[in-house]
Write a protein of this length. Structure first.
Length: 371
């Protein structure tokens, strides 16, 4: 250390102070100018901008970006808003409105479930003029703000190729982030726990949510329990019995021990009638009521042809009185030619005295006690 007195020493101290002040001011100004220049450049290219913070402040900053609709993209757009299915080439400098596209997409209002194609993310643009290489990875943000419909996000090497490299189905009112690696062959990598865009649930319980939504798919269950209505719009197949519970008791609908041919049971619109169809045009049916309606299995009985059908009924004996009337199908005229009564059944022979039937005919019968 040294010290010089007098006017000469004061002059030197003044000069040194001025020099240090100028140097520090210039360094700080240059640093701040450089930081804000970088921020301004990022904003012009639609990238997320974070305000420089005090190095001692380790709290996360607040991130915000501007949103623009398709066709209104600007150099400062940070998130693209869509309302319908769309495709975006992330490598293109003219992705939308002759500019690159941002790495954020938001579905604002959808009228149906839609698909969003992200093309060439592994060579996506850092700015208007620069694309990423294998030394970089980019983060993508997807937001589904619609309250009812899903947004299906697919990654592609070529637009519209129909072969997504990765898929994610984003439910209503939710968001997800994905990463795309420059050396990752244009795949979007979504959070762990998803397989080809569908959640892999290996445990737990799904409570109070709709499974399937508006687009139904196959499901496999060991037991299905419903506390309310079960609706099936197609064929229901069961390998066992069907039980109808009524209070403490139930009614079981069971097939026979062995079935020689396929059978169809059709519920009628008349009281007390059950139609049992077989592949044979002649129907053997059991109708255990004193009154009932039998219906033919075919709807094209030829003109002038006859057939004999057997109707089983426990009320019929060989001494019974049976009243039978025929109701012809469209264009035909069915008449009852002969009735043979047996114990527990009757054989009815009918003939078509009109043109060929274009609809099924019916036999209405009433069984009276023996005289």
């Amino acid at each position: 250390a040294w010290r010089r007195t007098g006017s000469s020493g004061q002059a030197e101290r003044h000069s040194l102070t001025h020099s240090l002040t100028h140097s520090l001011t210039h360094s700080l100004t240059h640093s701040l100018t450089h930081s804000f220049t970088q921020a301004a450049s990022a904003a012009r290219h639609g990238q997320i901008v974070q305000i420089p913070k005090d190095p001692e402040d380790r709290r996360l900053g607040v991130t915000a970006f501007s949103v623009a609709s398709v066709g209104s993209n600007t150099a400062s757009t940070g998130c693209m808003a869509i309302t319908a299915a769309d495709s975006f080439d992330m490598n293109s400098a003219t992705c939308d409105t002759s500019l690159r596209c941002p790495k954020c997409f938001i579905a604002t209002t959808l009228s149906a479930d839609v698909a969003l194609e992200i093309v060439k993310c592994s060579t996506g643009r850092l700015g208007q003029a620069v694309t990423i290489t294998t030394n970089y990875a980019q983060e993508y943000t997807f937001i589904n703000h619609d309250a009812d419909n899903t947004l299906t996000i697919t990654a592609h090497a070529v637009a519209g190729d129909g072969a997504p490299l990765s898929t994610y189905v984003l439910p209503a009112l939710s968001s997800v982030t994905a990463l795309c690696y420059g050396g990752g062959s244009n795949k979007l990598l979504f959070p762990a726990g998803t397989t080809s865009g569908t959640a892999s649930i290996n445990g737990g319980t799904v409570d109070n949510v709709v499974i399937g939504g508006s687009t139904a798919a196959a499901g496999f269950f060991t037991t299905v329990s419903a506390s309310s209505t079960v609706t099936a719009t197609g064929t229901v197949t069961t390998g066992g019995n069907i039980y109808f519970e009524q209070g403490a008791n139930d009614v079981t609908l069971a097939p026979p021990g062995s079935v020689s041919a396929a059978q169809t049971v059709t519920l009628p619109d008349e009281t007390g009638t059950v139609l049992v169809y077989t592949s044979d045009a002649k129907r053997n049916q059991a109708i255990n009521h004193r009154a009932g309606v039998w219906q033919s299995g075919t709807n094209n009985m030829a003109a002038g042809s006859s057939e004999t059908v057997t109707i089983s009924n426990s009320y019929i004996t060989t001494e019974s009185i049976v009243l039978i009337t025929a109701e012809g199908g469209t264009t035909c005229e069915i008449i009852v030619r002969r009735v043979v009564l047996n114990a527990g059944a009757m054989d009815v022979t009918v003939k078509n005295d009109g043109s060929q039937c274009s609809g099924r005919y019916k036999l209405h019968f009433l069984v009276l006690a023996a005289v």
